[in-house]
Write a protein that binds this ligand. Structure first.
Ligand SMILES: [Zn+2]
Length: 322
């Protein structure tokens, strides 16, 4: 398949996407990230319907409370972006720093150190390539650069039948937990010094729906690689999601749901009563062996086109001016 006549946007890379299915047959431009997180503490990143659902009768530890709400996309986005930066850096290139270069950093020396280890100043890449580096292009940059990836909040509900994974929703159980810091002096008898309330979600299971506003094959490759990087490093402090990381929160099992699946097959992934069909297994094999590597190759070509030190993937001619 070539790029012409397709919804795929030509990135002017000397790389042809050779996949056995047309992009129109895929779930693209939507990318569904499957989420399985035992405990998530996104800090201030949860919005609940608690105020109107149970009013003044709300008891934080009542197992009958059925609180629905949203996980903010900011926590999720920063975590995904971090994964994308790692993928670009592992490939041997530098990634855009997420912070504005003229910001007033609390720790200026830390920012300077980032610039010496795998990052370039945000937007510096625009000088070399009109769209900037692939991270800048995907996540957006300064005011007039909105980014190409729509990152929605994840709506959650404890009631599985209220969860639509095609809309980027998850089953999850909300609790507010309190922890108390107690006096260490024996004569105080463990008197509480301080109480802190924390919003947490347990057993998060569902999807995060991402939509590419512009469908460049290297964007798909970057998301695929970043999500598998985050999954492989899920219990490392740096790549856990949200807060309370020392307490095991934010260890996220994540994967990109096979873009060859039909809507019905995506729903089936989260239906405990139904197993994977042989048609789904066949699509898994086609995706793994023939489609995924092509999108990753497009990413490699994009990274190599900007950074002359990174070798081009096989079958691609020189870096040129892209
Ligand atoms: Zn950049």
């Amino acid at each position: 398949m070539t790029l012409s006549g397709s919804i795929l946007r030509d990135s002017h890379l000397d790389v042809e996407l050779d996949v056995p299915r047309s992009v129109e047959e895929m779930l693209l431009p939507n990318v569904y990230v499957g989420l399985e997180i035992d405990l998530l503490s996104p800090g201030d990143g949860i919005v609940t319907d608690r105020h109107h659902a149970s009013a003044d009768r709300y008891e934080a530890d009542d197992p009958m409370n059925q609180i629905e709400g949203q996980i903010s996309p900011f926590t999720l986005s920063g975590w995904l972006r971090h994964g994308c930066e790692q993928v670009v850096q592992v490939a041997g290139a530098t990634a855009c720093h997420p912070g504005e270069p003229d910001a007033d950093y609390m720790r200026a020396e830390t920012y300077e150190r980032d610039l010496e280890s795998g990052y370039h100043e945000k937007g510096a890449c625009l000088n070399e390539h009109g769209d900037g580096c692939v991270v800048y292009d995907l996540f957006g940059g300064f005011g007039d650069q909105p980014g190409k990836l729509l990152r929605r909040p994840v709506s959650f509900s404890p009631i599985r039948r209220n969860v639509d994974v095609l809309k980027g929703e998850a089953e999850a159980h909300y609790r507010q937990v309190s922890n108390q810091v107690r006096s260490r002096n024996e004569e105080d008898g463990g008197e509480p010094l301080r109480q802190a309330d924390r919003d947490v979600l347990g057993n998060v299971e569902g999807t995060w729906k991402l939509t590419l506003r512009e469908l460049k094959p290297e964007f798909v490759g970057l998301l695929l690689e970043a999500v598998s990087f985050l999954d492989a490093h899920s219990d490392e402090f740096e790549f856990q999601l949200g807060g309370a990381r020392n307490f095991g929160a934010g260890i996220a099992n994540v994967w990109v749901i096979n873009p060859l699946y039909s809507d019905r097959e995506v729903r089936r992934v989260f239906d405990r009563a139904k197993a994977t069909t042989s048609a789904m297994e066949e699509k898994d094999e086609v995706w793994r062996s023939e489609c995924r590597p092509e999108f990753v190759r497009a990413l490699q070509a994009r990274v190599a086109a900007r950074d002359g030190d990174v070798p081009m993937p096989d079958g691609v001619s020189g870096g040129g001016s892209a």
